[in-house]
Design a protein around this ligand. Sequence first.
Ligand code: FAD
Ligand code: PHB
Length: 392
Amino acid sequence: MRIQTRTQVAIIGAGPSGLLLGQLLHKHGIDNVILERQTGEYVLGRVRAGVIEQVTIDLLDEAGVGARMHADGLVHEGVQICVDGVRHRISFKEMTGKAVMVYGQTEITKDLMDGRAAVGAPTIYAAYDVALHDISSEKPRVTFRADGKEQELLCDFIAGCDGFHGISRKTVAPTAITAHERVYPLGWLGVLSDTPPVSDELIYVRHPLGFALCSMRSPTRSRYYIQCSLAEDIESWPDERFWEELKPRLDQEARDRLVTGPSIEKSIAPLRSFVAEPMRFGRLFLAGDAAHIVPPTGAKGLNLAASDVRYLSQAFIEHYAEKSDAGLDHYSDRALARVWKAERFSWWMTMLMHRISDNSFDHKIQLAELDYLFRSKAAMTVFAENYVGLPY
Ligand code: FAD
Ligand code: PHB
């Protein structure tokens, strides 16, 4: 016997998109259930994004989960770019009047999970074999297995917030979806360590040995990345090897200040650009990584997930409170307009900062573009506007 329950919006995935959407809908009295295939501990163990835009900060505040972020997050008014050992700074404040916040995705996820628990909204973790049905009808439903029982969730709408490898996008007939993709022949090897960061600001590094990034989570916790080949095996990267590869890519001051220590997390992320169009299929709406992926170079992945959620939550609120479907009808176009601009910036910054080919012409073009960036106020403004996040 299948256990049958009902909700207004069934949300697939308890990553940042699903949790944020759930919290915003709950605030407006819209019933929702989140189905997540992993356990809560597993979701919290994934180390991912670190930089959030003002629009994401505003949305977390609106969801009522911003207190810890304001207390512990680090406001960054600029970023540093190191080219072949020489560091340059781009001031967001001077160019745009705005700033970004360094606050880890793990912490955001925890704040959203705590917020959801506090209001008693249901999340079903370890929900297996999630399957979406009748998405083109007015009565979509989701079946799954949890606690060893077969279950069915009836709903008005389904929000597919289940990331790139999720089931939601795969449910759609291939003829109804257009995928645009670019896979880069490289990955980022990331290390988290309880050591003080080398600088008060992030340093993006372009070097003949390959890209590197010096980031942070707090004044005592650093996050570093180096460009690596996709063939790399994490087992062949003991901590010492990582630090040895990172050091020569940095400028002298950063090298002198670098404090190495044991890693508390280490992982490899492949770089990919991907957009699926449209983002709505009948009563199924895709949001976040389920619909699009950016390479992490511009720190846009999590922020795009948040902007999708902003459009989608407003559309659901309009549907239930004002009986208007205008927001739902325009969701895909509105979200994609912002997605493509972030895709462009992330692609551009990836191509600018990595060693992608051995062609000397490509290297010279990168150096010319970087030199132009540091000398032109117009170019720096373009960079800063995109990095802090384009307006909605
Ligand atoms: P996700 O965080 O992927 O969440 C989707 C959730 O759905 C997951 O919890 C998953 O378990 C669940 N799910 C999947 N399938 C199912 C199913 N069948 N049934 C039920 N639940 C399911 N962005 C940056 O800005 N900077 C970074 O440094 C950065 N690093 C990254 C590193 C990695 C390895 C990855 C994968 C992404 C990284 N990103 C980064 C991107 C950023 O983390 C994502 O954009 C962000 O997590 C998107 O949130 P989301 O909720 O849409 O998707
Ligand atoms: C991070 O701190 O993990 C981070 C920061 C900036 C990026 C990507 C990742 O562009």
